[in-house]
Design a protein around this ligand. Structure first.
Ligand code: ADP
Ligand code: MG
Length: 320
């Protein structure tokens, strides 16, 4: 089982940012309204994630670290947590296989919490402890027992930037959740969670971009859309500033990117990479989401129609 966990970990846990992503998504699933991520040395020596979500009942704790455990999934349903993001059930077991994990958790209705320690898939402690409501994960010494994988990590600074970029996307996709990111004792991101998208854009991208936005509100045949696009004066050098969220998730799609870029091209008569923060809602039955351990693939039901509709909406907005 240990070996299987280590191999599976290779799929889920590529670098510190993948650990952060999985743990933050779990916190979101747990209904948290505030999530704090703290890292040291690019997340290689320490990742600490605290949430105020539903917590894990004492007897469920060891199950949460089992891979693909059906009893775990049943008990997860009992928790009444909303499982919109994860349902593969292998993140915690994978992380615990390649690091030293300490978890402290307490559901609001429990009198005491649980402290659980697991290192390289070996349970070290499972004990009662006083704790605030919610869950804290400490992940130390990532890849301490898989030196070959550790060698593939970049510098602490680069790994920290990957985490920062990802938390920005997560914060943008959840305007109602307050995110705090602390890198080596310095607060790098602190969103209010007040739900206002424009405030978020100001906070993350600064005054210049926030001052040159066009608001989008559209309800069409194939999708509805809200959010902001940058005025054509904001030309970015690459696609990194084309943010869009599909039914609540940050997903890259070349179809949407090309359509957005064509709208700008049609307006400007030249190519540019725009700034966008667009929230799409598609009917679930027109989306085919193929969840691979590390990347996500998305297929739409009506590619041509969606491409044209989006391009027309944005062109109309730019021309106004
Ligand atoms: P999955 O998210 O696919 O179910 P994970 O391995 O990521 O699998 O998590 C295992 C389980 O542990 C979750 O289903 C959930 O019940 C519980 N869990 C993990 N993190 C948290 C958290 N921050 N708050 C509450 N429950 C959690
Ligand atoms: Mg998960």
């Amino acid at each position: 089982q240990e070996t299987i966990d280590k191999i599976a970990a290779g799929e889920v846990v590529e670098r510190p940012s993948s650990v952060v992503k999985e743990l933050v998504e779990n916190a979101i699933d747990a209904g948290a309204s505030a999530i704090t991520v703290e890292i040291k040395e690019g997340g290689i020596s320490l990742i600490r994630i605290t949430d105020n979500g539903c917590g894990i009942p004492k007897e469920e704790v060891p199950l949460a670290f089992l891979r693909h455990s059906t009893s775990k999934i049943r008990s997860a349903e009992d928790l009444m947590c909303v499982h919109s993001l994860g349902f593969r059930g292998e993140a915690l077991s994978s992380i615990a296989a390649v690091s030293r994990v300490e978890m402290i958790t307490k559901p609001a209705d429990a009198l005491t919490g649980t402290r659980y320690v697991i290192e390289g898939s070996k349970e070290i402690a499972d004990e009662e402890i006083g704790a605030p409501d919610g869950t804290t994960f400490l992940v130390r010494d990532l890849f301490y027992n898989t030196p070959a994988r550790r060698k593939f990590l970049k510098t602490a600074q680069t790994e920290g930037t990957y985490i920062s970029d990802m938390l920005e996307k997560l914060a943008l996709s959840h305007p109602d959740i307050s995110f705090k990111y602390i890198n080596n004792n310095q607060t790098r991101l602190h969103t209010s969670g007040n739900g206002k998208k424009r405030d978020l854009i100001y906070h993350i991208y600064g005054r210049e971009i926030a001052a040159a936005l066009l608001e989008v509100n559209y309800k069409g045949e194939y999708f509805s859309l809200s959010g902001y696009i940058g005025k054509p004066v904001i030309n970015r050098g690459n696609r990194n500033y084309e943010n869009y969220f599909i039914n609540g998730r940050y997903i890259k799609s070349s179809l949407l990117s090309r359509s957005i870029e064509e709208a700008y091209h049609n307006f400007l008569m030249q190519h540019q990479y725009p700034f966008t923060v667009l929230y799409f809602t598609f009917p679930e039955d027109t989306l085919d989401v193929n969840v691979h351990p590390t990347k996500m693939e998305l297929r739409f039901g009506h590619n041509q129609e969606i491409y044209k509709e989006l391009c027309d909406v944005l062109f109309g907005l730019l021309s106004h």
